[in-house]
Design a protein around this ligand. Structure first.
Ligand code: NAI
Length: 429
């Protein structure tokens, strides 16, 4: 078992009280706009579904996530959390969480690689019975270094596309030894968080970080998946000319039929003003592309890991590197062209200096699904074999109904005849 001595956030800050107060203010603001978590707070405070459970989490520690963490604690759990990206933690929010007797937060912004993993080990030292990940780091660590914990782990929940990809690959190799819900893949998460959340927050962050307009810019969106679609639509809505790059023929065709220009990255490199990668893949923008880019090109990534833009190659090409603005690193080429990279190539909507992550309402949905998944694992975990599981549809629908109710939106209900018709194969003309 881990004998980690890594200190929680409170031990790293000079003025802990002030940080806690500011973090609490941010959490309170977010919670006002999270009707799903509010409803679940009432339910969980009453029923205490997590009594006796220890929940280990690795997520982006900011105000919205903090409300999920507190909801789990309110439901009776002991929670230990750290960040899932070295730059996305808000220290004040982390400190506010750490002030709760049932929560230990190790998350700290700007940690180096060693500290990042030390904090991860510290979370595992609490011996979690449930893991909640954004990117699969905890599941990986438990399997690699603490397999003795697996017997007592009821299961896990995974937030993002890249984490689910990694988990499915692990499952296919027969190496995933406890059940994990693919929270990312639910309609209530993916159709809103990936599409609207990534679209709005990435574009807002790029605009605020650069102080530049979208109007008339050539915006190159790499990857036309859920995130790419949101980015493309919202960039077009702000009068940008959208260019899509893809490797999957049907997605490329979808983008083409949507009216966007579709071309290989090496061609887009010549005309793009702003580039945003959303592929979840590596080496999407490389040396051959940097060589063709115009002076002043702006590059950002919204995919989970910082491997979509080949920054080593860019650095090799550069004769000078400097901070052009807060959150903007300029790489100057021998011929004088400047290529600008935002947030060190990490998720721009979460890791840039002014990043706030997705809009609150969107994360209310994603975290509502996380919360009911943890409840399901605690209540019925033994019904799930080791491996990746789709979230049961009724849980996703439960969260949608709470949200519709909060929004005051009524919908129709199938009549018995309609239901019978929809389930029948024997009817014809
Ligand atoms: P997705 O699988 O729906 O879409 C990815 C697309 O990229 C696919 O259409 C794929 O064909 C394409 N692609 C793969 N390699 C490519 C290449 N070399 N060039 C061009 N296109 C390529 O995945 P989704 O849900 O859109 O997620 C994408 C990434 O964003 C993942 O890493 C995910 O974890 C992350 N993510 C980030 C969020 C944020 O807040 N920034 C929120 C949600 C997801």
């Amino acid at each position: 078992m881990s004998d980690s001595t890594y200190a929680p956030i409170s031990g790293h800050l000079d003025d802990v009280e002030e940080a806690r107060e500011e973090g609490r203010r941010k959490m309170d603001w977010a919670l006002q706009h999270m009707p799903i978590l509010q409803e679940l707070r009432e339910q969980f405070a009453e029923s205490k579904p997590f009594d006796g459970q220890v929940i280990g989490m690795a997520m982006h520690v900011e105000a919205k996530t903090a409300n999920l963490v507190e909801l789990l604690a309110l439901g009776g759990a002991e929670v230990a959390i750290t960040g899932c990206n070295p730059l996305s933690t808000h220290d004040d929010v982390s400190a506010a969480l750490d002030a709760n007797d049932s929560i230990t937060s190790y998350a700290k912004r700007g940690v180096d690689e060693d500290e990042y993993y030390e904090a991860m080990h510290a979370v595992v030292s609490h011996e979690p019975t449930v893991t909640v990940d954004d990117g699969m780091d905890l599941v990986y660590l438990v399997h690699e270094e603490y397999p003795e914990l697996i017997d007592t782990i009821l299961g896990g929940a995974e937030e993002t596309t890249t984490g689910v990809h990694r988990l499915r690959a692990m499952d296919e190799d027969g190496e995933l030894n406890y059940p994990v819900f693919a929270v990312n893949d639910t309609p209530m998460k993916r159709l809103f968080d990936n599409v609207h959340g990534t679209g709005e927050s990435s574009l807002a962050n790029i605009a605020m970080t650069t102080n530049l307009s979208w109007a008339s810019k050539n915006v190159v969106v790499a990857g036309y998946g859920y995130c790419g679609k949101g980015v493309a639509k919202k960039a077009a809505g702000q009068n940008a000319n959208v260019i899509v790059t893809e490797v999957e023929p049907r997605r490329a065709l979808e983008a083409h039929m949507e009216g966007y220009d579709v071309m290989p990255m090496n061609e887009a490199a010549e005309v793009g003003d702003v580039f945003l990668t959303t592929t979840g893949n590596r080496d999407v923008i490389t040396r051959e592309d940097f060589e063709k880019m115009q002076d002043g090109a702006v590059l950002a990534n919204a995919g989970h890991f910082d491997i979509e833009i080949d920054l080593d190659a860019l650095s090799d090409l550069a004769v000078d590197e400097y901070e052009a603005r807060d959150g903007v690193d300029a790489y100057e080429m021998e011929d004088g062209r400047r290529i600008n990279v935002l947030a060190e190539g990490r998720l721009v909507n979460l890791a840039s200096p002014i990043a706030l992550g997705h809009p609150v309402e969107v994360m209310d949905q994603s975290f509502g699904v996380q919360a009911v998944c943890v409840r399901e694992l605690v209540e019925n975990g033994d019904e799930y074999d080791a491996g990746v599981h789709d979230v049961p549809d009724e849980l996703d629908v439960e969260v949608a109904e709470i949200k519709l109710d909060a929004e005051g939106v009524d919908i129709d209900t199938l009549t018995e005849t309609q239901e019978e018709y929809m389930n029948s194969w024997s009817h014809g003309t």
